[in-house]
Design a protein around this ligand. Structure first.
Ligand SMILES: Cc1cc2nc3c(=O)[nH]c(=O)nc-3n(C[C@H](O)[C@H](O)[C@H](O)COP(=O)(O)OP(=O)(O)OC[C@H]3O[C@@H](n4cnc5c(N)ncnc54)[C@H](O)[C@@H]3O)c2cc1C
Length: 287
């Protein structure tokens, strides 16, 4: 197996395109190394993207944040301005593994690994994040909710990779939050994850909302019916109850050792409701 660490995006694309599908991108390696050691992945070429500077940077301008796909979770957590702007995304990133894992792992890898339980993905969907995909045919964008097709499957074409995430500018009086349920406090994957992003108008009425659920279907879901339960309300008890019901109704979970379908459906409503309450509190604090 060959290992390459290109310095530019174009070099990475040329390497990936030239390998006829027998190459794998290596970001933090916290999923890839396990796949290599178990024999589940047997690439002929590993393309390490951590030396590509435009994929390692966190940039902000009037249109919002641009987060390189090779930025580590720890680098993101330590960026105080980003953590103030998007605390829900930080909630998600903080759940990923241990401090050591977060020192290597990236949101790009979390998304491209395409696990339905990936912890950073629901908050990215709730935020309205877009992925910029680069490949031999040029660049294209896709909303995060459309990127994953199912467990282990993404919409990346041959020779393509995720270059960065684009996040919209944070609206005034808005806030986001992500919560997950696991039987243990850390180092386990989500049984259910819920992210809520809301904006309030000057009177404290919810003017915009996005709700996303993880680990309750083959991929993380955007749930517009749950968001609709909040819009036009003061996010009071009855709105939260309707949100919880809509979140539970959207679930299409599996049974496994971590939880039954019925349990996941019920907990999704509870998690969505709690995430909305935290997002509301954060929105009220934001100018
Ligand atoms: C002990 C442990 C605990 C963990 N706990 C959690 C947890 O609680 N929650 C959770 O969600 N995950 C968890 N994980 C899984 C893993 O850490 C995350 O999915 C992580 O975000 C993967 O990022 P990475 O940079 O290491 O990806 P890598 O392992 O480098 O890559 C993952 C996949 O994405 C592809 N890829 C990576 N970057 C790109 C790109 N830019 N473009 C195209 N393809 C790309 C790779 O080819 C590979 O298929 C855990 C892992 C370990 C080892």
């Amino acid at each position: 197996m060959r290992y390459e660490a290109p310095k530019t995006l174009d070099q990475a694309i040329a390497l990936l395109s030239g390998a006829n599908g027998r190459a794998k991108v290596l970001a933090g390696g916290t999923d890839v190394l396990i796949q290599l050691r178990s024999g589940r992945a047997q690439p002929e070429l590993l393309v390490d993207i951590k030396s590509i500077s435009e994929m390692r940077s966190i940039a902000v301008d009037s249109s919002g944040y641009r987060i390189g796909a090779a930025v580590t979770c720890m680098e993101l957590i330590e960026d105080e301005a980003f953590a103030r702007a998007w605390p829900g995304i930080i909630d998600g990133v903080k759940y990923i593994g241990s401090i050591q894992v977060k020192g290597r792992a990236t949101m790009g890898g979390n998304l491209c690994n395409a696990s339905p339980a990936a912890d950073s993905v629901p908050a990215l969907i709730a935020a309205g994040a877009v992925v910029c995909i680069a490949g031999p045919l040029g660049r294209r964008e896709a909303p995060v909710e459309d990127f994953v097709l199912g467990p282990g499957r993404t919409s990346l074409g041959s020779g393509e990779l995720v270059a960065w995430f684009q996040l919209p500018r944070r609206a005034p009086h808005s806030g986001d939050a992500y919560l997950r349920f696991t039987p243990r406090t850390e180092m386990d994957i989500a049984v259910v994850g819920a992210a809520v992003n809301i904006a309030l108008d000057d009177k404290g009425v919810c003017s915009r909302a996005r709700v996303s659920l993880g680990a309750v279907a083959a991929r993380a879901l955007l749930v517009p019916e749950a968001a609709a339960a909040l819009i036009g309300t003061r996010v009071d008890e009855s709105a939260l109850a309707r949100l919880a019901a809509a979140a539970s109704a959207a679930c299409r979970p599996i049974d496994d050792k971590r939880g039954t379908k019925e349990f996941r459906i019920k907990v999704a409503g509870v998690m969505a409701r709690r995430a909305a309450a935290t997002a509301l509190e954060r929105a009220r604090r934001q100018n």
